[in-house]
Design a protein around this ligand. Structure first.
Ligand SMILES: Nc1nc2c(ncn2[C@@H]2O[C@H](COP(=O)(O)OP(=O)(O)OP(=O)(O)O)[C@@H](O)[C@H]2O)c(=O)[nH]1
Ligand SMILES: [Zn+2]
Length: 330
């Protein structure tokens, strides 16, 4: 499941949100005259969509056939009614396409309801500062687990390199083969641009790590872009709790989610995480049934593979570090 967007497809394919990539399900009623839309904003029952080749902004509501099904930012939908995007018109969302990735937040581990916050993003950018606030490696690990679970490729962006040394953190991520970029205020953004270009990337990171600074550098008119979106939904200013989607001037989209600071990971299974590490998954096929692949499993094949030189010990240790990070909180 995970990383299906990475290796086997060129990034150019993600120039814009893909549509109709999924077979239609049998039970779907036919809305032959419906338009395709992409949800870029959700605010109190009103959805802002981009519709048509001209990507006009259209305000819509859910229609009754959807029932209680959630419609979230990133969803690809079918929409009927007035889709002109003219002020004071309201279109109706009649279908939600099957999601290719889902980023969930369980508000905390004792919240039984899984809330989908973003659909169909292909990359998670974990933003962490090298200093002020000091990096929290465990939080980075937990974000990585959430990314793998969601089916998104992770990218770690370490900010504030002018006041902190990235060496130790970068080294700790090498065995996971997670891509890392290091940035600083006013620094060259080409490394990160290159990785964002043509993709839909969700930014996560806790307060003060420099997310807004980064977004403003990447999207010089970020606030303006947000303003336009809100002019359509006519719901006043963007609030810090709402998810916003910003077009990147060099191609691709950024999903900014000020609300995400942590993830409940209790639902992430060992198998799901293991699937994101194909070499480890292959080795683990030799594990005894029910092996949890932790260091105290006496016959875990990951240890055997390290012993016979097939796997790198640091990679296995790092994977186990991610496994362990699912427990507890941030
Ligand atoms: N030294 C240094 N400071 C930075 C850098 N990037 C951002 N800052 C500062 O860090 C502080 C937080 O930056 P923001 O961009 O507001 O961080 P944020 O993650 O958006 O924080 P919230 O808005 O609270 O979510 C600000 O005072 C920035 O000026 C950097 O590269 N180096
Ligand atoms: Zn095992």
């Amino acid at each position: 499941m995970s990383q299906r967007y990475d290796e086997d497809r060129p990034h150019e394919k993600f120039d814009r949100p893909r549509r109709h990539t999924r077979p239609r399900t049998k039970e779907r009623p036919s809305y032959a005259d419906a338009d395709d839309g992409w949800v870029i904003g959700v605010d109190r029952g009103r959805y802002t969509l981009l519709v048509g080749d001209d990507e006009r902004a259209v305000t819509a509501m859910k229609s009754r056939p959807l029932g209680r099904k959630a419609v979230v930012v990133g969803d690809r939908v079918r929409v009927v009614g007035d889709t002109s995007g003219t002020p004071d018109t309201l279109a109706r969302i009649v279908e939600v396409e099957e999601r290719t990735t889902v980023l969930r937040r369980t508000a905390d581990d004792n919240d039984p309801i899984e809330r989908v916050i973003v659909a169909n993003a292909d990359q998670m950018v974990v933003v962490a500062a090298l200093s002020d606030p000091p990096p929290r490696p465990r939080l980075i690990d937990r974000c990585l687990v959430a990314a793998f679970d969601a089916g998104m490729t992770p990218l770690v962006c370490l900010t504030k390199a002018d006041i902190g040394d990235p060496t130790a953190l970068v080294e700790s991520l090498v065995p996971l083969e997670v891509d890392v970029v290091v940035t600083q205020h006013g620094g060259d953004l080409e490394m990160i641009r290159e990785r964002l270009r043509g993709r839909t990337s969700v930014l996560v990171g806790h307060s003060g790590v420099g997310k807004s600074t980064l977004v403003n550098a990447l999207v010089p008119d970020a606030d303006l872009a947000t303003g336009v979106i809100n002019a359509v939904s006519r719901r006043g200013r963007h609030t810090s709790t709402s998810t916003r989607v910003l077009p990147l001037p060099f191609g691709g989209w950024i999903v900014d989610t000020p609300g995400i600071r942590s993830f409940g990971l209790a639902h992430v299974s060992v198998e799901r995480l293991l699937a994101a590490f194909p070499d480890l998954a292959t080795a683990a096929e030799e594990c005894p049934r029910g092996c949890l692949h932790t260091p105290d499993e006496p016959e875990c094949a990951l240890d055997l593979a390290v012993a016979d030189g097939t796997l790198d010990a640091a990679r296995v240790d790092s994977f186990r570090r991610l496994l362990a990070s699912r427990e507890g909180s941030d």
